[in-house]
Design a protein around this ligand. Structure first.
Ligand SMILES: N[C@@H](CCC(=O)N[C@@H](CS)C(=O)NCC(=O)O)C(=O)O
Length: 245
């Protein structure tokens, strides 16, 4: 049995898409990151980065004790390896997929995350003039849509000549293009790719999971939004929990 530690954001939707595409049963364990669940000592054992998604597999690949994995890229590689789906294993195609996973984890996810963070901070008027980071991340996100556009030139899928975990991992952030100030007419290779993925039943099924518990800070009452943004914006190192000793 698989437990997916989840809150409805793009990083965890990558994983629900893959689980649904594989037809694997899983249990959602909600980690309410606006309430601080990500700092719970038991969750930190699974994900010391105090971020979800995280996965616990009680019947792991290779047998033995349950294993836990944090970081969506690692989780997706694990599920694809276990099911032998959506990740061809001949070296050329294997590394074609891996390079896009690394790109997503090191570029698209963090940069779009920071773009959202600084835009929100700017809107709330928190720290004075934020035009430099707002502009910097808007430029980076524009550049990264250009990277996707190059990667999809004359191709239906990002890697390996087929639909893989590379597409699934990049899709949930790329689909936010409109709210991130992107003019999709500049990226004609990205639009049909987004459209094709969005039509897949597994993707449609996962699009609304958890929307009843969270649908972005803008839809929250003001006091709840203030608590949510404080927990996410003001973080420093967590000491080793007493419960661990
Ligand atoms: N690189 C991580 C990023 C995960 C991540 O940033 N998760 C966010 C929500 S999208 C989170 O759990 N935030 C909690 C916090 O900031 O304390 C991954 O891809 O798994």
């Amino acid at each position: 049995m698989l437990d997916l530690y989840f809150f409805p954001t793009p990083n965890s939707r990558k994983v629900t898409i893959l689980l649904e595409e594989c037809g694997l049963p899983y249990t959602l364990k909600i980690v309410d990151i606006g309430r601080g669940d990500q700092f719970h000592p038991e969750f930190l054992r699974i994900s010391p980065n105090n971020r979800m998604p995280a996965l616990v597999d009680h019947q792991p690949l290779g047998g033995g004790d349950p294993i836990s994995i944090f970081e969506s890229g690692a989780i997706m590689m694990y599920i694809a390896e276990k099911t032998e789906k959506f990740w061809p294993q001949d070296p050329a195609r294997k590394y074609d997929v891996i390079q896009w996973i690394m790109w997503q984890m090191g570029n698209q996810g963090p940069k779009m995350g920071e773009q959202g963070h600084f835009e929100r901070a700017d809107k709330e008027g928190w720290y004075g003039d934020l035009s430099y980071p707002v502009n910097r991340f808007a430029n980076e996100v524009h550049r990264l849509f250009g990277v996707l556009n190059l990667g999809l030139h004359k191709k239906k899928w990002l890697a390996a000549g087929e639909y893989t975990i590379a597409d699934m991992i990049c899709y949930p952030w790329a689909k936010l293009w409109k709210s991130r100030g992107i003019d999709m007419t500049e990226f004609p290779n990205v639009a049909p790719w987004l459209e094709t993925i969005s039509m897949r039943p597994a993707v449609q099924k996962t699009a609304t999971i958890g929307k009843d518990i969270y649908d972005g800070p803008d839809k929250m009452p003001e006091d709840e939004r203030a608590r949510f943004t404080k927990i996410l914006a003001d973080q420093r190192a967590v000491p080793v929990p007493r419960e661990w000793k």
